[in-house]
Design a protein around this ligand. Structure first.
Ligand code: GLV
Ligand code: MN
Ligand code: MN
Length: 418
């Protein structure tokens, strides 16, 4: 029987962090906002309380370090730095989010450190708990800003991007005390790193359907994010005959349905238009401009790229047929990321040691491991969530499943694979 006390604390803390929101009555915590800083501040205090060294980098990532047993972890005696294992997840959220996507992984990692601290133990390797400042990309449209800063993959041209209120990214970072120009220098050295492991809600229905509390992630699906713009001709809703219109919203609507149709007929493909901006947006004016977001994902990169080519051509075809201009801009593209087999096996051994079957499953959602895979081997532990619901306030996990995840991760860090 697994002790629930650690998991109860994790759940209480998820609750506490959910109170740090930019919006009254719902959870929205974007990159470089006071709400995110407040959540990170609370986590920092919990980290300090268990003897971790805590710092924030210029992108706003929170990094707590639990040192190794003295000298024990030095790499072959050649380096003064002990080997370091990274754990964690992200603290930013989508709009009207649930409370577990991101924070759960940070807090499960912290629970592992709390156990070690309570036993006055240090491992032969140091553990850093990371709380990334932007995984979702809600504020500036590109995700993984936090992990990209840590991995030395941050693109400084993004600093000129503006959010919906016209606030530039570099201003937002400065307002939170970061120095945007110093972000490249925050890149984490890789020589001491043995891996990154993130616990996360599954965000899908597989574990629930199979009656399993946790699963080991095999790979993270690739994704493409695009902006599609149709420019037509605004005009009077009462006087311009239908045959003479160049309605940008009708072009966008046709595209949305074409994307849905393609995804429905292509096994494993998902395509989503989640944002649509219409101008001038008046009930008696024909829409002159429509801008939409497109998110396309598949486990197989070739299928995803082929699908994106088709959808790009579809923009052109719709534009020609309707006498509007069509434009396709790439926001972000990431290939599928396989998890590291050796770390996955170690995680599997930790799960099996609890008497549980080891279910390996891919992740359709994106995670910071996509970026960190360029820095070190990555692994992920999925936790069952109710109905597979996520990116929604109804996200739900049980304390029993969280207890299994804490126990599995606590055993994982002890496996002498590192
Ligand atoms: C992140 O949650 C994503 O997959 O969009
Ligand atoms: Mn998410
Ligand atoms: Mn997430």
């Amino acid at each position: 029987m697994i002790d629930l006390a650690d998991a109860v604390r994790v759940m209480d803390r998820c609750e506490a962090l959910a109170r740090h929101s930019e919006e009254q009555g719902r959870l929205t915590r974007r990159f470089a906002t006071p709400a995110l800083a407040a959540a990170a501040g609370e986590v920092a205090a919990w980290m300090r309380a268990v003897g971790m060294g805590v710092r924030r980098d210029n992108a706003g990532n929170l990094i707590g370090r639990y040192e190794a047993a003295e000298a024990a972890g030095a790499i072959d005696g050649a380096s003064p730095h002990p080997r370091t294992l990274l754990l964690g997840s992200h603290l930013d959220s989508v709009r009207d989010a649930g409370r577990y996507d991101g924070p759960l992984g940070v807090l499960i990692a912290l629970a592992v450190i709390e156990r070690l601290h309570a036993q006055a133990r240090r491992l032969p390797l140091a553990i850093e708990v990371l709380a990334f400042a932007d995984e979702e990309g809600l504020r500036y449209g590109t995700s993984y800003l936090g992990s990209k800063a840590l991995a030395g993959a941050f693109d400084p041209t993004l600093l000129e991007r503006v959010d919906d209120d016209g606030v530039r990214m570099d201003e937002a970072i400065r307002a939170q005390g970061g120095d945007p120009a110093a972000i490249p220098a925050d890149a984490r050295a890789r020589d001491d790193l043995v891996g990154y492991c993130e616990a996360h809600i599954e965000q899908g229905p597989v574990l629930e359907a199979e009656g399993l509390p946790v699963g080991v992630v095999s790979a993270i699906a690739g994704q493409g994010r695009f902006t599609v713009t149709f420019e037509g001709m605004a005009g009077h809703a009462g006087t311009v005959p239908m045959a003479l219109r160049h309605d940008a919203l009708c072009a966008a609507a046709e595209f949305v349905l074409a994307a849905e149709a393609l995804a429905r007929e292509t096994p494993g493909l998902v395509a989503t238009v989640g944002q649509l901006v219409v101008e001038p947006s008046a009930s008696n004016v024909i829409p002159g401009r429509a801008v939409l977001s497109l998110d396309v994902r598949h486990q197989d990169d070739a299928t995803r790229l082929r699908s994106c080519d088709y959808l790009r051509a579809t923009v052109g075809r719709i534009a020609v047929n309707r006498g509007v201009a069509g434009r396709w801009d790439v926001v972000q593209e990431d290939n599928a990321t396989p998890c590291d087999p050796a770390l996955g096996d170690a995680l599997g051994r930790a799960v099996a040691s609890l008497g549980l079957p080891v279910r390996r499953l891919p992740s359709g959602a994106g995670h910071d491991g996509v970026v960190l895979a360029a820095l070190c081997p990555v692994a992920m532990l999925f936790v069952r969530c109710r109905g597979g619901i996520s990116h929604h306030p109804a996200e739900s996990v049980t304390v029993e499943d969280v207890a299994v995840a804490v126990e599995a991760l606590a055993r994982f860090v002890e496996i002498p694979v590192f």
